[in-house]
Design a protein around this ligand. Structure first.
Ligand code: URA
Length: 260
């Protein structure tokens, strides 16, 4: 919904500049060039918006950062569960990030898996990133028992048979005598562990090193940081256009977008 009167809301170029699109002057030029839309309609200079409600996009890509929405990347250590509440009282990933505003993990990592995990209160982005039809690439480094042969690694690439069906083609390479780098876009339960098990090389340590465009080699285990505006926009792009959703994205926990 747009501001009730033309004087309400914030100037579009100010909102664009605040989320890092460019200087106000650059943003004015983008608007004048017709590259900015508000709720799907081309915006003109002088346009005001409500950043909480209006959907602003540049070249068709939503600017991605709305007031009240937060995006964290955590380097999950082993031994921490990816649920909001653990009935067994084990430490959870939510204990490692700020309690307010409340965020939720995007997908999950097994308790013993380490590495990058996104947490956000942006239910729509969560839905798009975890929806099977848009699954973004996720890269893992798996330490395994023994040294897989070239043939075994090729099997990972071409797809292995699991009890819930064959896996889709993946990228796989042996990067050390007992270390495999594997990139998959499906998000099946314990998928990497089961794939390695299927080729006869059970995983002894598993680390997620990339989620779509997002990687961070410097983030220490247990540490988190906010995503940059650019990173949020890159994830938005990787998740695919919003209008491809089959149905309106309901946040996973009954919360509405922009209302943490
Ligand atoms: N695959 C697994 O086996 N475990 C994870 O935690 C993530 C992917």
């Amino acid at each position: 919904m747009s501001p009730a009167t033309p004087e309400d809301g914030e100037r579009l170029q100010k909102v664009l500049a605040r989320v890092g699109i460019g200087s106000r002057r650059t943003c004015e030029d983008l608007i004048a060039a017709g590259r900015v839309t508000v709720n799907g309609e081309r915006a003109s200079l002088g346009r005001r918006v409500d950043p909480e409600r209006d959907e602003v996009a540049v070249d068709g890509t939503p600017i991605g950062v709305k007031a009240g929405l937060v995006y964290y990347v955590l380097n999950k250590p082993a031994g921490v569960v990816t649920t909001a509440d653990d009935p067994h009282g084990r430490p959870t990933v939510l204990g490692l990030v700020p309690a307010e505003p409340r965020v939720f993990p995007v997908g999950r990592l097994d308790m013993d898996t380490e590495g990058l995990l996104l947490l956000t209160n942006d239910g729509q982005l969560t839905h798009r990133l975890t929806h099977p039809s848009f699954g973004v690439d996720k890269e893992y480094v798996a330490q395994v028992e023994g040294t897989p042969s070239r043939r075994s690694v090729r099997r990972l690439r071409e797809g292995v048979r699991l009890d819930d069906g064959p896996t889709a083609p993946a990228q796989a390479a042996l990067v050390g005598p007992n270390v495999i780098r594997l990139t998959i876009h499906e998000g099946r339960n314990r998928q990497v562990r089961r794939m390695c098990e299927a080729i006869g090389h059970p995983v002894t340590r598993l680390i997620r090193t990339r989620i779509g465009p997002l990687a961070d080699r410097k983030l220490k285990p247990g540490a988190w940081r906010e995503l940059t505006t650019e990173e949020v926009r890159a994830l938005e792009r990787a998740a695919g256009p919003r209008d491809q959703l089959e149905q309106p994205a309901e946040p996973p926990h009954g919360r509405s977008r922009g209302r943490p």
